[in-house]
Structures are given as structure tokens and as C-alpha cells.
Write a protein that binds this ligand. Structure first.
Ligand SMILES: Nc1nc2c(c(=O)[nH]1)N[C@H]1C(S)=C(S)[C@@H](COP(=O)(O)O)O[C@H]1N2
Ligand SMILES: [Mo]
Length: 498
């Protein structure tokens, strides 16, 4: 016990300069990892971030989505950086302490390097890339030790300045290097040639897009426009060779399909629209692409689903999971292409599923497993309070307002009602008193596609503009407003136009 106390007293004797060098070790260690791995799942912050996301209580996630919104992911990524820096700083502290305690600086320096390397390799499972972290940590522990064992012991201002400048230069260089890796490595899309059939569909969409003056997507969203919702900051990196899908659980027989087997199945191209349950009423998490893939039904039939609940859990390589009825899954489409290119990493490379007319969260990216269940279970978002596994709500967006050269006003947007289809969009310029039909784009082939609408009027002072859609069953989009949480936003989009 007494010796323990003695160690603790020694620990207290660690000076401000020790802490400074430890923090420099932590920060440059993270930078070194970035230089070696880029902004990929192999970067030390990535697995830490995945753990932070997994451990964050659902109520906190929901609060952040509702109150912080898009910037919310900055909170968990910042926390993950701090954790990574702190862990590496600890290895340096330990090295400094041991070196000082036993008067063996070299042992302490070596220890810090080995610990930093071991820690990074065990977190990232990348022993060789972990050297990128170990080197700067070792270096700063060494510099810290020399200052300790120098007679002056106290770092002069000049020394601190020089150290900080050195660290900054290192971080700068690492950043440049990591960025270079990021640019060269991550883009595994764009390998496939656009086939004729996709090209024809894209031309069809182009031809049917309304000539809208305002700056809004056409009937097909480009890769730059297409929204993204990911539970993880770092997308899984899967090559087609690594990928397979297993259908398991309450089945007659497990079925596993590889990428080559999948793409040998009958190939189709489909327009499909996706919409996130978490978006605002007039939000932009609503997009459409031409997807290349194959229907899931033959694979499901081969597995011969059983199970009491008639439901399935889908799982993905990023540990995402969602459960919904087999009935919806049966109409699913396994997609490996998007707008004529192989599926981009951020949209689920190499394979995702598309579930017609259902909220985005059922459209699992990086799909790895389908488990048929006996009992219903919550998925990732349902555990966090959302109800987003069913069919989408009907909505007409008002995405652009443009004053034309002749002084009239053009308003325009997109409308979507899942598999019910959009039959009509109406506009009121007097707050809902009177309604007029908007111009609608010709429907595209497919039973889960949005349409564009456009309306022009002569302004007369200020107008309370309202829009609403009617779906293919004749049901008008409900007027009652509700937030997106938990079941998707409802109500009519309104906007004051002067
Ligand atoms: N594996 C995985 N699949 C996922 C998600 C995810 O985070 N991980 N997000 C879901 C949600 S909430 C939505 S709205 C859509 C978004 O698809 P996109 O990013 O291709 O637009 O993907 C769904 N599929
Ligand atoms: Mo979503």
C-alpha cells in the first residue's frame, strides 16, 4: 500500500510539460494514423466512432436529430477524436512516467511506442498501418523525456514553441497525405460502363423532366444530389469478392449467394425513389435513381421462409439492422448499380436492397444477412423510438420559387406517394381557399417513382402558397401537421411568396 502511494505521488510529479508532450503525442498519433489510413474504417477514429454511436442511448440520438440535425454527427465524431487523442496521450504519459520513475528514459520511450502500436492495432486490426501512430507517439515521448532529463527540466518558451510548430507541421503533412489516400482509394464506383438500357431510361427521365427555371433535381438525382443517411461516420469498404448474402433463421434451407452468382441472375433496371422518415416536411432527403439489380423473390423462395411473425431482420456490414414483414421484402430488389455505375460506397457498395414504397430505413445498404424470425424485434431506428419500417407518407415538396423575366412566379417541386403513385398536385395561392392543378411530369415506368410539378402565377402582393398531393388511390395528403419523429412528417407545405 505504501509503495502504491509512492507511485501515485510520483504520478503527481508529472509536470505540465509532460502533459503537453503527451497531448502532442496524442494529436500527432491520430494525425499519423490518418496519414497511413486516410478517412477510412482503418483510421483509428473509425472503430472508436462506431463504438460511440453504438453506446449512445436512443433518446440522446433522437434528441440530437431533432435539435441539432445535420450537424449532429459532428458531435459524435468530435467526441471520438477526443477519445482517440486521450488514449494515445495516455500511452505517452505512461512512457514518460516509467522512464522517470526508474530513471530509464529509453525503456519509457520504447514502452510508449509499443503501447501506442498495440493499442492502435487492436482497435483497427491493422498492425502495419499502426506504425503511423506509433512513430509520432514514440518521438514525442522521446522529446518529452529529454526535456525531463535535461538539467533545466523546465521547457523554455522557445522549446514549447518549437515543439508545437513541429507538431503542427507534422499534422499538416499527415493531413495532406491522408487526403491523398482518401482521394485515390475510396472511389470504387464508376467502374461499370453505362449499359444501353440505363442510358435509354436516363434519356427518358431527362425528356420527361419539366423545364423548371429553379435549381432543383431532375427526375433522376445525380450522385452529388442524392441524399445520404448513415448510422456510421465511416462507410464499410467491401469489395464484390468479399461480399455475400445469407438468408437464414426460420427457413427451409439456408441460402448464400455471392456477388458473381447474384449478377448472373436476370438483370433489371428500375426507377426507384427513396425517402427518409427523419426528413422535415419540406426536406430534401428524397431522391430517385435508376438502379440495376435483380428481384429478391427467387432467392427467398429458394430459402422457403417460415417463422411465426412473417417477418425478417436484415443486417448489414456496418452493424445496421432493420426488421419488417416478409410481405414487403418479397417485392424487394437487390441493386448493385446506380445511374449506370456500380453502386457507390456511400450507397451500399456492392449490394443494397430496395423495398418499394417503404421508408428509406428498410433499404439496407452493404446488405449481408436476412434472418427470418419467429418473433418481431426492433431494428436500429425502432430501438431509438422511430416507426419507419412501413409505407411512406404522401408528400408534395415546394423546392423552388423563381421570378421569371415577365414578372410571373414559378413554383415547383417533386411529389411522392410510394407505390400508391402520385395522381395530382394542387396549388393554392390564397392560403388554401381555392385550389388549382399544377402541371405534372409524365409518369416514369415503375411503381415507386416520384413526379415533378410546376405552377406559374402572376403575383399580386404577398401570397400564402400551399401545395398538396393526391395519391393513386384518390387520397389527399392530410393537412394535419406533425414532426418527422416518430412516423414521418405530415401536413401541407406552405410558403409565403412576395
Ligand atoms: N447498412 C445501412 N443501411 C441503411 C442505413 C444505414 O445507416 N446503414 N440508413 C438507412 C436510412 S435511415 C435511409 S433513409 C437510407 C438512405 O439511403 P442512401 O444513403 O443511399 O440515400 O438507407 C438506409 N439503409
Ligand atoms: Mo432514413
Amino acid at each position: 500500500m505504501t509503495s502504491m502511494n509512492k507511485y501515485l505521488r510520483d504520478l503527481e510529479s508529472l509536470s505540465f510539460s509532460d502533459l503537453l508532450f503527451a497531448v502532442l503525442a496524442g494529436v500527432t498519433g491520430v494525425a499519423g494514423s490518418y496519414a497511413a489510413a486516410g478517412y477510412t474504417p482503418r483510421f483509428i477514429v473509425a472503430p472508436i466512432d462506431a463504438t460511440v454511436v453504438r453506446l449512445t442511448p436512443g433518446s440522446v440520438v433522437t434528441f440530437v436529430i431533432q435539435n441539432v440535425g445535420e450537424a449532429g454527427h459532428l458531435l459524435h465524431i468530435a467526441l471520438s477524436f477526443v477519445v482517440a487523442i486521450g488514449l494515445l496521450a495516455l500511452t505517452a504519459i505512461l512512457g514518460l512516467y516509467i522512464g522517470q520513475r526508474f530513471d530509464r528514459p529509453v525503456v519509457g520511450i520504447g514502452l510508449a511506442g509499443v503501447l501506442a502500436w498495440g493499442l492502435t492495432s487492436s482497435i483497427t486490426a491493422q498492425p502495419s498501418l499502426a506504425v503511423g501512430t506509433a512513430v509520432p507517439v514514440t518521438l514525442w515521448t522521446a522529446i518529452g523525456s529529454t526535456s525531463l532529463f535535461s538539467p533545466a527540466h523546465d521547457p523554455s518558451r522557445r522549446r514549447v514553441l518549437a515543439s508545437s510548430a513541429g507538431a503542427l507541421a507534422f499534422i499538416g503533412a499527415s493531413f495532406g497525405f491522408g487526403q491523398l489516400l482518401r482521394d485515390t482509394e475510396t472511389d470504387n464506383s464508376g467502374t461499370a460502363e453505362m449499359d444501353d438500357e440505363v442510358a435509354t431510361l436516363m434519356q427518358d427521365a431527362e425528356a420527361k423532366s419539366l423545364g423548371i427555371e429553379g435549381d432543383i433535381p431532375g427526375l433522376v438525382s445525380s450522385f452529388e444530389e442524392f441524399y445520404n443517411v448513415d448510422i456510421a461516420e465511416f462507410d464499410p469498404e467491401l469489395s464484390p469478392e468479399d461480399w455475400s448474402l445469407t438468408i437464414t433463421g426460420e427457413v427451409g434451407a439456408d441460402v448464400t449467394v455471392t456477388f458473381d452468382e447474384l449478377t448472373d441472375m436476370p438483370t433489371e433496371r428500375r426507377f426507384v425513389t427513396l425517402r427518409c422518415v427523419g426528413e422535415d416536411l419540406n426536406g430534401q432527403k428524397l431522391d430517385t435513381a435508376v438502379w440495376t439489380g435483380t428481384p429478391i423473390k427467387p432467392l427467398l423462395e429458394e430459402a422457403d421462409p417460415g417463422g411465426e411473425c412473417g417477418c425478417a431482420m436484415l443486417r448489414a456490414a456496418d452493424d445496421y439492422f432493420v426488421q419488417f414483414p416478409i410481405e414487403a421484402l418479397e417485392d424487394g430488389f437487390l441493386a448493385w448499380g446506380m445511374n449506370g455505375q456500380s453502386l457507390p460506397q456511400s450507397h451500399g457498395h456492392p449490394v443494397r436492397v430496395l423495398i418499394p414504397g417503404h421508408w428509406g430505413e428498410t433499404n439496407v445498404k452493404w446488405l449481408s444477412e436476412i434472418e427470418l424470425l419467429d418473433e418481431e424485434m426492433d431494428g436500429y431506428w425502432e430501438q431509438r423510438g422511430w416507426h419507419g419500417t412501413g409505407p411512406v407518407n404522401t408528400v408534395a415538396k415546394l423546392w423552388s420559387t423563381t421570378t421569371l423575366e415577365d414578372g410571373s412566379v414559378e413554383i415547383a417541386g417533386h411529389a411522392y406517394a410510394g407505390t400508391r403513385g402520385v395522381e395530382r398536385v394542387e396549388v393554392s395561392i390564397d392560403g388554401g381557399e381555392t385550389w388549382r392543378n399544377a402541371e405534372l411530369s409524365e409518369p416514369l415506368p415503375g411503381d415507386d417513382v416520384w413526379r415533378q410539378w410546376r405552377y406559374e402565377f402572376e403575383p399580386d402582393g404577398s401570397h400564402d402558397v400551399v401545395v398538396r398531393a393526391t395519391d393513386g388511390t384518390g387520397t389527399v395528403q392530410p393537412e394535419d401537421r406533425s414532426d418527422s419523429f416518430p412516423s414521418g412528417a405530415t401536413g401541407w407545405v406552405r410558403k409565403t411568396v412576395n
